[in-house]
Ligand binder design. Structure first.
Ligand code: MG
Length: 388
């Protein structure tokens, strides 16, 4: 970790004692945190990462995840994951892995709950259109936007903007922004390896969406079980299930395969991590930086995951039903972007005040990115349809 501004925050005894007993040497100890940009007093019983977790949970950006698209918009019904339920699934898997490896669960949970708060409305369709609209001022990326939210846009404390999170949480999110998560072990860059807690969240995100996007697509009838069984990952998971149970109905098989897929991926991550940690003998969280990525799937499983992801990309994310919604939501977002740029007086006062320092385009992008799918649709109708 780099040098930090002097912080007056220390770790409450109850947390320090707990971590001393429970955490592995390579885990991030709260006592080793590089602190916050704006020093704060020590909390009587919450550690720094626990406070960060709570700040995310109480933020407006986190609450809005419940009305943001994961892959399928609410128009397709209430079964598919939202950004919020995806986030909670990632948090759940990440905590399981962290606990098994004796890592810092508070830090892992904070990173997991924050990892997608930068997503604009309409999922990747929204992200792509904002990236085009903002091309002249650096583009748009949901991982970078999450940092803008926690560093500037959430206003919760009077002495400073943002949530004033610890350096470790900011660095963890920045590492997501710097490079897209990869499932390929050979792609790791040792000198850049983030903390193991950060690596766990990356791996949990991948394990989660590979599983639940397929489940949502099955439920919506965009895919059939037979089509998925053509993929090596699903075939092997189904074979593992059928060794344990016989006579399953297609519905029972599907649920059992989904369970198996998560279990298999987590077991694989833990087994790979166990080997790599044993070889590396890392004695501190700082030693992680010089080693290749530890929390990665085995080469065989990574290959099977890539096959599934390619299939989901072609068959689900580009399914005509999904594409039609993509076109419609992108047109609405673009129309709103152009509309607010032409008439900045329509922006809420909080955003109008940011224009002088941050430019009109970036400010409009920040405002639009904070909207839920539902609010964006309402505002689009109110401002750009009602009058015409
Ligand atoms: Mg995610």
């Amino acid at each position: 970790m780099g040098q930090s501004p002097q912080s007056s925050e220390t770790v409450p005894e109850v947390i320090a004692e707990r971590e001393a007993v429970l955490l592995a040497p390579y885990a991030m100890q709260s006592a080793d945190s590089a602190g916050r940009v704006h020093p704060e007093p020590t909390h009587p019983y919450r550690g720094p990462f626990q406070r960060d977790r709570d700040r995310i949970v109480h933020s407006a950006a986190y609450r809005r995840l419940s009305y943001k698209t994961q892959v399928f918009t609410g128009d397709l019904g209430d079964y598919p994951r939202t950004r919020l339920t995806h986030t909670l699934e990632v948090g759940s898997i990440a905590r399981t892995v962290a606990r098994a490896l004796r890592l810092n669960e508070d830090l892992v949970e904070t990173l997991a709950l924050a990892h997608d708060i930068g997503h604009p409305p309409f999922g990747h369709a929204g992200e792509d259109v904002l990236d085009e609209c903002l091309a002249d001022v650096g583009g748009f990326n949901h991982n970078r936007q999450a940092l803008r939210i926690v560093e500037q846009l959430e206003i919760r404390y009077s002495p400073f903007p943002g949530l004033n999170l610890t350096r470790e949480v900011l660095d963890g999110q920045a590492s997501r922004a710097a490079k897209k998560a990869t499932t390929a072990p050979e792609a790791s860059v040792p000198e850049d390896s983030p903390l193991l807690e950060v690596q766990v969240v990356e791996a949990a995100d991948s394990a989660t969406y590979d599983t639940h996007d397929a489940d949502d697509a099955l439920e919506l009838g965009l895919l059939s079980l037979d089509e998925l069984l053509e993929l090596s990952l699903w075939r092997e998971a189904a074979a593992r299930v059928e060794r344990q149970f016989t006579g399953l109905t297609p519905d029972e098989l599907r649920r059992a395969v989904l369970h198996e897929l998560l279990d298999w991926q987590v077991n694989d991550l833990l087994s790979m991590a166990g080997k790599r940690l044993a070889e590396a003998e890392m004695g501190s969280s700082a030693a992680v930086r010089g080693h290749e990525t530890v929390i990665v799937p085995s080469r065989a499983l990574a290959e099977q995951k890539r096959e599934l992801e390619g299939f989901l990309h072609d068959r689900v994310y580009r399914h005509p039903t999904v594409s039609a919604m993509r076109v419609e939501s992108q047109a609405a977002l673009r129309e709103m972007f152009d509309g607010y740029v032409a008439r900045p007086e329509l922006l809420p006062p909080k955003f109008q005040q940011r224009v002088a320092d941050h430019g009109l385009h970036r400010t409009v992008g920040d405002y639009l990115a904070g909207m839920t799918d539902r609010y964006a649709q309402q505002e689009h109708t109110r401002l750009f349809r009602a009058a015409s």
